[in-house]
Design a protein around this ligand. Structure first.
Ligand code: NAP
Length: 488
């Protein structure tokens, strides 16, 4: 066992208008999901604090959006450099409050650095357009920052979900109020400490932790918040969409997913299994892009299943500070949801091939651990076929032909990530065209990069993050028609 480190010294307050301030509500404990121990108590606020933060962001908007572009870009690169310099500290904080293995946490911080640099560079490429116009007229399209942004993020990628929103928003010239997940506020605080250190002017990025419903309502009700960007569950996304109707703000929703992973009989089996296991057990299955329904063509059923069970048997579980493949789940509720899905599947005829239960003895006693699991014989009668699985469970479903595979894969109200493995280019083209998903990995699972658009369709949400499409979410398009007087 590696030497385990404790929580480094860190702020515990809200950050509003360049000041660390106490909230008016009772403090909330942050729990280490690997040990059940309390790490620290953090300040909490509600409507009052959120409205102050919105006011600060409103005041800072003309300053930030009007700043000389090169200066703004330099601050953004400085933030990226500071994140890189502090990577070990940030990763440790993330592992302590979220549970994922340190190696994964470091990978997430590396992605933060890339996102920050990429968006800083993109700020210099916010090109407008000129459109051919009649003589003595000019048609011009300008892209302008939308204004104050409200951002709400989940706990599963507690650092990168924040950077993915704040970096394009402030690169575009917007100012932001962030509400991070209640379970993982420390990763947000640690990033805000670096914003301060980088010299981000006061009010440009504000941090409010506390009552989710009050903060969400304050964002929705405020006419000053011109854009709301949310990542989290479909249920909360729907609520925020409805609430925001009253102030007609632009909204992006990155919501749940239930990714199909389709394996055709010509796919190289071991390579496909390696890709599946790596993607499925990333963050212990707690990812919106996790492969959740594995469709395998009948002729390779036996070989695929045997090799998969062997690979899953090699997945190690433990405290993220040790050398393990996966850590704990986020909390007890997450274990209960998975237990319920497995019990329902078993009652309806599914067979557990490996795993299938909690780990709660010995070193696992005080954490929220779960066995890496494979279940066979999953059908459309079972909850697990339709409900998002946020944990280490691989459900197997077998199919006979390509049309059946596509039909089963599209039989979901989610539409975020999907994967298909085959050597047949015609088949890959057909399947990737017909899948009703915002993201398709053909013979790979790399559906998220700084430079490529990320987002879903159907109940997986609206809008895109990353790439040039990501920054456009924080811009308004203005058309300017100029006529030149031709007579004095
Ligand atoms: P969640 O319960 O919807 O929470 C997400 C955020 O919303 C948290 O900050 C939460 O605050 C806040 N929230 C809860 N109720 C709210 C309300 N009434 N008004 C305003 N905000 C509210 O989701 P989660 O369980 O944390 O995250 C997992 C979900 O996120 C999964 O469905 C996953 O697929 C999705 N996700 C999607 C993407 C994507 O890019 N599409 C990426 C990652 C995760 P508290 O924590 O304080 O309750």
């Amino acid at each position: 066992m590696a030497t385990r480190q404790s929580l480094p010294e860190i702020q515990t307050k809200l950050f509003i208008d360049g000041q660390w301030v106490e909230g008016t509500m009772d403090k909330k404990a942050v729990i280490n999901p690997a040990t059940g121990e309390e790490l620290v108590q953090v300040s909490q606020g509600g409507k009052e604090e959120t409205n102050k933060a919105i006011e600060a962001a409103k005041k800072a908007f003309p300053v930030w959006s009007g700043m000389e572009l090169k200066e703004r870009v330099a601050i953004l690169h400085k933030v990226a450099d500071l994140i890189e310099e502090n990577a070990d500290r940030l990763a440790l904080i993330m592992t302590l409050e979220q549970g994922k293995p340190l190696k994964e946490a470091k990978g997430e911080i590396k992605t933060d650095v890339e996102n920050m640099h990429w968006n800083a560079e993109e700020a210099r490429r916010v090109y407008g357009e000129t459109i051919p116009a009649p003589n003595n007229h000019k048609f011009e399209v300008k892209k302008q920052p939308i204004g104050v942004v409200g951002a709400i993020t989940p706990w599963n990628f507690p650092s990168n979900m924040i950077i993915r929103k704040i970096s394009p928003a402030i690169s575009a010239g917007c100012t932001v109020v962030l509400k991070p997940a209640g379970n993982t506020p420390l990763s947000a605080i640690a990033i805000f400490e670096l914003f301060e250190k980088a010299g981000l002017p006061k009010g440009v990025a504000n941090l409010v932790m506390g009552s989710a419903s009050e903060i969400g309502e304050a964002f929705a009700e405020s006419s000053d918040v011109r854009k709301l960007t949310f990542t989290g569950s479909t249920e909360v996304g729907q609520l925020l969409y409805e609430q925001s109707g009253q102030t007609l703000k632009k909204i992006s929703l990155e919501l749940g997913g239930h990714a199909p992973f389709i394996v055709f009989k010509d796919a190289p089996i071991q390579q496909t299994i390696d890709a599946l296991v790596a993607m499925k057990f990333r963050n212990n299955g707690q990812a919106c892009t996790a492969p959740n329904r594995i469709f395998v063509e009948e002729p390779i059923k036996k070989e695929f299943t045997e090799k998969l069970v062997k690979a899953v048997g090699e997945v190690t579980v433990g405290n993220g500070q040790d050398d393990v493949t996966v850590g704990p789940l986020i909390n007890e509720e997450a274990r209960e949801t998975i237990d319920a899905q497995i019990t329902d599947a078993k009652e309806k005829g599914a067979e557990v091939l490996i795993g299938g239960g909690r780990l709660d003895e010995g070193e696992y006693k005080d954490g929220f651990f779960y066995q890496p699991t494979v279940i066979d014989g999953v059908t459309t009668e079972m909850d697990i076929f339709y409900e998002e699985t946020f944990g280490p469970v691989i459900p197997l479903i077998f199919f006979n032909d390509e049309d059946q595979a596509i039909q089963l894969a599209n039989d979901s109200h989610f539409g975020l990530a999907s994967y298909v493995f085959t050597k047949d280019l015609r088949l890959a083209e057909k399947v990737s065209t017909e899948l009703e998903y915002g993201l398709v990995g053909v013979n790979n699972t790399g559906v998220s990069q700084s430079e490529t658009p990320f987002g879903g369709v159907k109940y997986s949400g609206l809008g895109r993050e990353n790439g040039k499409h990501g920054i456009e979410e924080f811009q308004e398009v203005k058309f300017v028609h100029t006529t030149y007087f031709t007579e004095n």
